[in-house]
Design a binder for this molecule. Structure first.
Ligand code: ADP
Ligand code: MG
Length: 840
């Protein structure tokens, strides 16, 4: 059987031979993109004597593809065809086609910025839009436009969303292939899954098996744990005796991964993560059962790094998954969610660059010599606030100073983990506590190891076993972890103490990984037990942006760095330390709309450590504050670390502008009202804002909250107490927002009052975003023939025509019509009811 990609072989070659040397290849999964395109290019000599590198978002796919392609050429991986992923490689000097993960390429760029041995770079699975895929494509484009005009770039994708790419890579040539697919019949559940999703999947498989299934079955689950549970649930059915059952995910040893991909004489069930969605094609599948879930990385504002959570996949992903049933013959897909729920799903996944933490990637960019992430030619530009947050974190961790990588920053680059953890591990290397820090880093990734709501009895047991030195919440978690490990994760023993067993197991796995990473980076592992002070200092290094000082002894309320405020969680064991660092900060919105900022996983620190570890950021200056009792500005001389006072050392001088700013804040928050800021002032601001909307040509600047604050600051200038500003005149300052000419225009175009023919002046009611309203008694309107209009006749008022009882008899924007049509009908009745009034 020849694969569909061969039908477009001539176009493919000419795209790579073209002057721009940029090709976009779109073809459905199974067409032969990943296995055939590199071979076509190699065999046609287009790579010269350089390498063809195929970038894969997944480690598992890189290895499997290399082995498959090597086998197609009658070799094994490591010869002409090789692969290289984190911690594992099979390449030799004869290797011409190399399957690698994106991280590997970036590390190569750090060492050999011109990628001198590579002739062709193929970006596979680009539709997945992984952050590092985006980034390495951008780097490749940059390289091609500068030092390597001969570099050829190909981007391959299983879906037809090529618009972004075409404009990004322009000029480029797009080669498409329809592929070959068979129809797949999709059905949904009648009701949402109750209970566990693996049981639901197993039940669905069982129903189908009883009726008879043709071909193999592919079941999608979010991760290793759910995959194991599904297989266990299936194997309990008698029907399973005739089937081969296989898991497929990245954490399995290679032999077991390969076993899932083999063909057997019996039918098989493969339960897989979304690696089987488009990365790997498994021929012979006729039935797909889809949980509709996937593990995804997403920035978690509570933790300040990405969390892996189980999320509902998009409709585009679900369609890809169902397509896997129609590769070799017509198939069926059973979705474990309702059709109704399907409509509420996202159309497509958000690209990672829009949802994950950018700190690690910005560090990498710096390492590659790109200083300003704003100027970087992103495939899709990230949100500016995520960029800012990431830049700030890199600064706070000490990785970047004045736009340049520091010594520590350079060292952090060699760790393939989030900068918080690389920073912690580096610190740990110098302080003999790599092992416990690896466990703490692992603990940070999961749910709390110790369940929060447990009875008194359990609390006491915990106190006995894990102690309570009051220095760090992590110490308790560390001991609880050691305990769980020593009990071999015994369910019953752990449960008695409220220890989450699955989290403990995961902690061990992750900690081992962190230790491996530290060893790779040549960090010395300690022997024997570690010192507690060292551990606390390491936690500080990794969360240096979340340092806080208790307001006073006995309280949980804190001032944090960067002008934030928060409260230590009630259950924390850290009760005495004045200075703390929090590894988790949760913002909870209260019913009042205010934010409760809760500091969790707290560790006590010493202020002297701040002075030692961040000498250039601990500055002595005058700090002013607003004293709520005396309602005065106070000034002290103090040592300040990132806007947080570390130590007071005497009287200070209030700075005029800063004092005004603080007072203005109090005014804005309603604690110090200005007597003269009255209805007249408010009405003037509303008129200004209305006019700015109605008459944009005048280019008036509206007064919003920010402008309000700066006006109030002007009022407060020179004062240091509420008493001084309370009665200060306000209107002259507010009015000075406009030039004199503009003030005249304002009064003319949106007058406060409207003059009637009988010389009465009636008030116009203005409201932002609405039409102006004028309420007038009929008698005041006699002689007024035209409808009243403002802003040079451009905005007509809503006229509320009032009867003698002051109730509207009509609301209109067409007065002449009122006189002509409505008034004659109303008049007899009104004249009878109110004979004393004038009725013309
Ligand atoms: P694409 O990248 O377009 O999704 P691939 O190049 O991965 O397609 O696969 C093309 C075809 O090659 C598949 O449909 C399948 O028939 C075959 N194939 C690929 N990898 C393997 C493998 N590891 N084992 C068996 N067959 C494979
Ligand atoms: Mg592929």
């Amino acid at each position: 059987m020849t694969l569909p990609i061969y039908e477009v072989e001539p176009q493919l070659r000419s795209a790579f031979e073209s002057e721009s040397a940029r090709a976009i290849i779109e073809a459905p999964t199974g067409s032969g993109k990943s296995t055939q395109v590199p071979q076509i290019l190699l065999d046609s000599g287009l790579a010269g004597d350089g390498q063809i590198v195929v970038l894969q978002p997944r480690r598992l796919a890189a290895r499997v593809l290399a082995q498959r392609v090597a086998a197609e050429r009658g070799e094994t991986a490591g010869g002409t065809v090789g692969y290289e992923v984190r911690f594992e490689r099979a390449v030799s000097k004869n290797t011409r086609i190399r399957y690698i993960t994106e991280g590997v390429l970036l590390r190569e760029m750090l060492e050999d910025p011109e990628l001198s041995r590579i002739s062709i770079l193929l970006f596979d699975e680009f539709h997945e839009r992984h952050l590092y895929g985006d980034l390495s494509l951008a780097m490749a484009k940059r390289l091609q436009e500068s030092a390597r005009p001969d570099l050829k770039i190909g981007v391959m994708s299983a879906t037809l969303q090529t618009e972004i790419l075409e404009s990004y890579l322009s000029p480029s040539i797009t080669v498409s292939s329809e592929g070959r697919t068979f129809p797949v019949e999709i059905s949904y559940s009648d009701r949402s899954v109750r209970g566990d999703v693996w049981d639901a999947a197993a039940d669905v498989w069982h129903q189908e098996a009883k009726r008879g299934i043709e071909g193999d079955v592919l079941i999608f689950m979010p991760g290793g744990y759910e995959i194991d549970r599904t297989l266990r649930a299936i194997s309990e059915f008698r029907e399973a005796d005739d089937w081969e059952l296989y898991p497929l995910h990245a954490e399995l040893p290679p032999e077991r991964q390969d076993a899932a991909l083999k063909r057997y004489s019996r039918q098989k069930v493969i339960v897989s993560t979304n690696v089987a969605e488009t990365s790997l094609t498994i021929d012979g599948v006729r039935l797909v059962i889809d949980s509709g879930l996937a593990r995804q990385a997403r920035f978690d504002p509570n933790r300040g790094f990405d969390a892996l959570t189980i999320e509902r996949i998009s409709r585009a992903s679900a369609d890809q998954r169902s397509g896997r049933a129609g590769r070799t013959a017509p198939g069926k897909c059973l979705r474990l969610w309702t059709e109704n729920e399907n409509r509420s799903r996202a159309v497509a996944e958000l690209p990672e660059v829009k949802r994950v933490d950018l700190a690690e990637v910005l560090l990498t960019l710096r390492g590659l010599g790109i200083e300003r992430s704003e100027d970087f030619d992103w495939v899709e530009v990230p949100l500016s606030q995520s960029l800012e947050r990431a830049e700030q974190l890199l600064h706070d961790l000490g990785a970047v100073r004045n736009g340049e990588l520091t010594q520590i920053g350079k060292q952090m680059l060699t760790f393939p983990v989030h900068p918080r953890f690389s920073r912690m591990l580096i610190e740990a290397g110098g302080r003999q506590c790599v092992r416990p820090i690896a466990v703490i880093a692992a603990l940070c990734q999961g749910k709390p190891l110790l369940l929060r709501k447990v009875g008194r009895h359990v609390e006491e047991l915990r106190d006995d076993l894990f102690g309570d030195v009051g220095l760090s919440d992590f110490f308790r978690e560390l001991r609880a972890f050691q305990y769980a490990k020593s009990q071999n994760y015994h369910q019953g023993n752990c449960r008695k103490l409220g220890i989450h067993v699955a989290t403990a197991r995961q902690t061990e796995r992750l900690a081992t990984r962190f230790i491996g990473i530290a060893e790779k980076a040549k960090i010395q592992l300690e022997e024997g037990s570690a010192n507690e002070e060292g551990i606390r200092r390491c936690v500080l290094a990794g969360f240096a942006d979340q340092v806080a000082r208790r307001r006073d002894g006995g309280t949980l309320r804190c001032e944090l760095v960067h002008r934030r405020k928060g409260e230590i969680e009630r259950g924390s064991v850290v009760r005495d330390s004045e200075f703390v660092v929090a590894a988790e900060i949760t913002e909870v919105e209260k019913s009042s709309g205010d934010l409760d900022v809760l500091l969790r996983r707290v560790t006590g620190i010493e202020s002297s450590w701040l002075l030692e570890m961040f000498p250039d950021e601990c500055v002595t200056r005058d700090v002013i504050a607003f004293d709520e009792h005396t309602r005065r500005i106070t000034a002290v001389r103090a040592t300040v670390f990132r806007e947080m006072v570390v130590e007071e050392s005497g009287q200070g001088e209030p700075n005029e502008a800063e004092a005004a700013r603080l007072l203005a804040e109090q005014v804005m928050e309603g604690r110090c009202p200005l007597k003269q800021w009255n209805a007249e002032v408010e009405n003037w601001i509303i008129r200004l804002n209305c006019l700015a909307d109605w008459y944009p040509e005048a280019e008036l600047v509206k007064i919003g909250p920010v402008e309000r604050q700066s006006l109030i600051e002007q009022v407060c200038l020179g004062a240091i107490s509420y008493k001084e500003i309370k009665d200060r005149p306000v209107f002259p300052v507010v009015r000075s927002w406009l030039s004199e000419g503009q003030q005249v225009m304002l009064d003319q175009m949106v007058p406060e009052r409207w003059k009637m023919p009988n010389n009465r002046r009636l008030k116009v009611r203005y409201q932002e975003g609405k039409e102006p309203v004028l309420a007038a008694k009929i008698q005041n309107l006699y002689d007024l023939k035209e409808h009243p209009k403002l802003v040079n006749g451009q905005v007509s008022v809503v006229l509320e025509i009032l009867g003698p009882n002051m109730r509207p008899v009509q609301v209109t924007q067409d007065l002449p019509n009122f006189w002509k049509e409505t008034y004659p009908k109303l008049k007899p009745e009104l004249a009878r009811r109110y004979p004393k009034h004038e009725w013309r």
